[in-house]
Design a protein around this ligand. Structure first.
Ligand code: SF4
Length: 342
């Protein structure tokens, strides 16, 4: 029988599994605690569990691990981790500390299908989805090996999280669970390039997570150029889906807009953007383009970014400018690479 990674299982499913092994439901909560709060990596070391139960667990499950290959530290203290999965594939995650706010930016896939023009992560295509355990292991790595306790999780690393919907949703349940990571739903952000069916599905969950949608252009032609996914889910349909999301969930959506010099940063585009998203519960987060290794694209200067922001604000759109961290170690938005060991 092939063993299952116990970290791929959410709490109520694990409660059923332990019952099948002849134990009481609360043992599942205890297991969550040992795996995610204590970070124990072997069943034999779970000394608070009966030996017979540990043996049964050992026969049926295994505990996946992740390995650090390289650590890069930025002058602003941001750290980027190159992590090896059990099959040899590599992913990256980033830890950003700003006062009491400890944010980990995690990956959801090896590579990405969507190949946005400004992003390194999609340049070598898509390899596979991460499992639930592989998503969680990025956070466990920081907790156990770096002794840092992330209180904010953003799915903005490599991959499109809503393209790996089931595993990302399960990982969020475990990140949010009081017996595991206990990270508040409002401190967990999914960032999507606009997968409409998944945005609709997200509304089934009665939770308070943050949703960011990458727009990067206020009209179809330009958006398709920057983000080929727009050919699949065009801007007008996406805006309708976002509006419905805010109405059905009573939550605000953040629209991400990377400013690229001479491409999407004219004040005329700011006008069009304001017109497009006016009238529903949303805000805009402006991001300065972070140069990638082979890119001819450039970032606009700070005064221009400020003018773009001012324009949106005068049109009644709440707007912030994201301060990029870790740019010197290629850990900023769009700079995480799809690397393969094999
Ligand atoms: S921005 Fe997101 S969706 Fe686009 S290529 Fe990068 S990881 Fe994929």
């Amino acid at each position: 029988m092939q063993k299952r990674d116990i970290k791929n299982i959410i709490l109520n499913e694990l409660q059923e599994e332990v019952k099948k092994l002849g134990e009481k439901k609360y043992r599942a909560n205890q297991l969550f605690n040992l795996l995610y709060k204590k970070g124990i990596e072997e069943f034999r070391d779970m000394l608070t569990l009966p030996i017979s139960f540990r043996d049964l667990l050992q026969k049926k499950f295994y505990i996946s691990k992740i390995e650090l290959v390289n650590l890069t530290k930025s002058k602003d203290q941001t750290e980027k981790y190159l992590l090896k999965l059990e099959d040899g594939n590599l992913i990256e995650s980033v830890l950003i500390i700003s006062g009491k706010r400890v944010t980990e930016c995690i990956s959801s896939q090896v590579g990405c299908r969507y190949n946005c023009l400004f992003c390194e992560s999609g340049k070598k295509g898509f390899t596979r989805d991460l499992t639930v355990g592989e998503i969680l292991n990025q956070v466990l790595f920081v907790k156990e090996k770096k002794k840092s306790n992330p209180n904010n999780i953003v799915f903005m690393g490599i991959g499109e999280p809503l393209d790996n919907y089931d595993n990302v949703v399960k990982a969020i349940y475990i990140l949010n669970s009081k017996d595991a990571f206990d990270i508040g739903a409002r401190k967990i952000t999914i960032s999507t390039c606009g997968i409409i069916p998944a945005i609709e599905r997200l509304q089934e969950h009665n939770w308070q997570i943050e949703l960011s949608v990458s727009l990067h252009a206020p009209e179809n032609k330009l958006r398709s150029y920057l983000m080929p996914v727009n050919n699949l889910y065009p801007l007008t349909d996406l805006i309708v889906a976002c509006k419905n999301y805010t109405v059905n969930t009573d939550r605000q959506i953040t629209f991400e807009y990377i400013l690229i010099k001479g491409v999407n940063d004219s004040l005329d585009y700011a006008d069009k953007l304001a017109k497009l998203i006016r009238g529903f519960n949303s805000k805009v987060n402006l991001i300065t383009f972070n140069p990638t290794s082979d890119s001819l694209l450039q970032a606009p200067g700070s005064p221009h970014i400020q003018s773009f922001k001012d324009k949106l604000i005068t049109k009644g759109i709440p707007t912030t400018i994201r301060i990029s961290k870790g740019e010197d170690i290629s850990a900023a938005c769009g700079q995480l690479k799809n690397l393969h060991l094999k």
